[in-house]
Ligand binder design. Sequence first.
Ligand code: FE2
Length: 304
Amino acid sequence: MRVLRNCWYMFAWAKEFDAAPSITRVIADEPIVVALAAEGAGNGRSNAAGHRPIAVTVKHRIVWIWLGDAAEANVSAVPDFSCFDNVNDAGFHGGHLPTAAHYELLTDNILDLSHADFLHPDTLGGGAMTRSAPRLERDGSMISVTWDAPNDVALPIFDRRLPKPGQPAHVRLQVRWLPPAVMLLRAQVAPAGEPLENWFESNSAHIMTPESEFSTHYFYGAVRNYEQDNAEFTAKQAAVIRHAFTTEDKPMIEAQQRNMGTSDFWSLKPVLLSIDVGAVQARRALARLIEQSGQDATGHAQGN
Ligand SMILES: [Fe+2]
């Protein structure tokens, strides 16, 4: 499949290696084996099926691989998930959800968070995202989309923590996208009129690594600034989130893929709404990067 090769892809959560010294996954049609040193830190080593070496680095609880030429791997370009560094294991959860859809359909879903109001009304929705217009910003290759609702209804998972559940709340959600499909979602909730930075915040990763043209490794993980030492709370929240993704997002996105068949996204002439602004910008930015990288349709450098 045709993907951007000169960038970092999430291969696994570092903690997945606690149970197995090496893991094999298909990434962009290529079976790749990664083994980490016993201490689970620093660089690992890996091989593709054709025994080409692949650069591996472990950073921010994540095992990253560079799909391009290992000599060009640039560790300073690893996406910033430093929010995962200073939280102990009791306050962190992460998962891997194989999904039968092209990875950009999963990006579309995260870059339009108003979907939560319809798909997850009892947990992650509530209506605030639908009622606030998303604001788009770009900084180099980063695209961010922010929904800011200063006087609205808190997301249900935050509302029960407010001094008076149901009280007016300031809700701000921001998704930062980096190519190819690496997203950090920051959710902040405070009683309306209170400074956001003094109240509740969660940071979650939504990282899509293509397995093949029509299947994706969806990696998700989260930390928060409350109940950080409460492993039981973390486990409950992980179960709620996994349930929402497995029973609400995944079936919707897989059905979308089935309806599209093997057609190219743009060839279907999608009707674009204002809520799609982030998703459309991300699709165009990624297409441009792949174009500029000079790969042929098979995803390999031209002339090879
Ligand atoms: Fe969702």
